[in-house]
Design a protein around this ligand. Sequence first.
Ligand code: WTA
Length: 658
Amino acid sequence: MTDGIESRLREERKFVPSAEFSAHARVQSHAEYVSLYTQSIESPEEFWRDQTCDLVFRTRPTSFLEWNLPKAKFFGGATLNITESCLDRHLKTSARTRAAIVWEGEPGDTRTLTYFELHREVVRLSTQLASLGVRAGDRVAIYMGMVPETAIAMLACARLGATHSVIFGGFSSDALRDRINDCGAKLLLTQDGAWRRGSIVPLKQMADVAVAQTPTIEKVVVLRRIGAEKAPVTMKEGRDVWWDDLLAREAAPEHRAIAEKPAAFDAEHPLFVLYTSGSTGKPKGVLHTTAGYLAGVHVSSKYVFDLREGDLYWCTADVGWVTGHSYIVYGPLSCGASCLMYEGAPNFPDPGRFWKIIERHGVTILYTAPTAIRAFIRWGDDWPNKADLSSLRLLGSVGEPINPEAWTWYHRVIGGGRCPIVDTWWQTETGAIMLTTLPGACYSKPGSTGLPFFGVDIAVVKDRGEPCGTNEGGKLVVKSPWPSMARTLYNDDERYVSAYWKQIEGVYFTGDGARKDEDGYFWVVGRIDDVLNVAGHRIGTAEIESALVSHPFVAEAAAVGKPDELKGQALVVFVTLKQGQTANDETKANLSKHIEKEIGKFARPDSIRFADALPKTRSGKIMRRLLKEVASGATEAKGDTSTLEDLGVLAKLRADED
Ligand code: WTA
């Protein structure tokens, strides 16, 4: 990639927000940011008390933090029902009739839910979930697309104190099954199918395959989105129920009471489990709890997106990933914001779809990913230029490093040169934004994720935790706990501690490499562990490898990333076949299909390379660094290769370039 890391190293431009933007922003100057940040670090109790005073607590916290690895207890003594902050509290204000969700389906159908209506729908669904036996502490799986009902389902679970686990609709049946079994969900919410680029993802059919092997699932609730003609489904008697039929049932008074006057839960009550990729084979069930998560997403939504009445905010992420959880559902709704939600692909029916949506609804804030921006650049300026984008006032980026060229295009072509860009760095595990510029307070530098957000004590360090100097590359770590951090990995405290808190003793290791410049701005390079970021999707190399070796043809496999102009990273796999198997295109297609089945379409490799053997160290570890170089076409092996077991293997791989 010509405009990747090198140009980020050379980047020195500063983009200052306009005086007009700053004059109306929540934080208007760098000095004001510094003063709030300092308070958040030095007097966190006071900071969080002030900043969460608009949220609904049944009982207020009496302490800020008790930290005893791996147990973090934030806002001790507090009890709350998170949905009261996201819904009920708005019913007493002008937000009651304000749009909470403005939804557009891929075929062009639209629907708006006011806060009043969203609240009513959540109460209706939680009443019926209670009648199906869902109780506080139960796990509920959600395998749905981008429809308002997905947000309704999440909130309905939260209202009952049930822990939801949303599984991205792009995951395969096998991946769905494994996640359900890991968290032991008792109920699954799904839909007949989801629109994607004019065709249908048969979610219910895939769910059926999964649920045949998930002993804990008792009931499946099915939303009819598509209809029987295009998305035929089989309903299993006694197990499956249509969403509409369920809502139409007469509710018992006790179930209505649970939903209408919801219980308050402890601050640390588990809110959701979200599976993400780590550096070993098994996906991690990242567990977030209630009060700290809410505080983090609320305060960051308010300040980073500068939300206010009159805004229409659009986060283009899928609700199946953390960005959707924090910045489509909990964060913006806790602020009473109006959120646009779009069901389908950005280029359906043509590459102008996003810009038409902005024009049609008058979107003011757009939060999207660099991969999407790079695709739009490729599709040409005509598409955005044809639309009226003058309603936009703020742009955001998330998910992967943004190259300065994509940044400046976003700024100029989409933002008309007038909209600040917030490049937000964070992770599934951090729950909320950790690094960013505040749009009215700080200038931005293309490619830099800016400064620490409130309450975030973050640094770049060397292997043993010694601080790096200015502009010196190192590991990005968080030095002390913060309210929205993951509390554990589901049922696996040990892995939580070893994956995050023990690699560098006493601090949270993010898995990312970064540097901090002379102005205190952070520049995130990307993952330095065995996790890839392909088109903004987190993919564990070990997950891909274990999928591959589960195929009967495969003896050994290694997955690495290679720089890619569009996706940031492309997935390249090296495979050695078992004796008697033939290395040809048919085998490649088979292996690709196999990964699709094990994980999902989005994890299919960009390139499959066959090798007689994989290069290994004397201790038998696959030399990934070397394979990475081979994948990206470097002709000479860099660094020390003297420990290679068989240099001939490397030579063979090189000669065998695609
Ligand atoms: C990467 C997504 C550079 C990073 C919210 C991190 C970024 C991983 C940025 C987490 C950014 C996210 N600049 N890199 N603005 N935002 N990342 O868990 O490598 O899906 O560790 O969370 O994405 O991905 P996850």
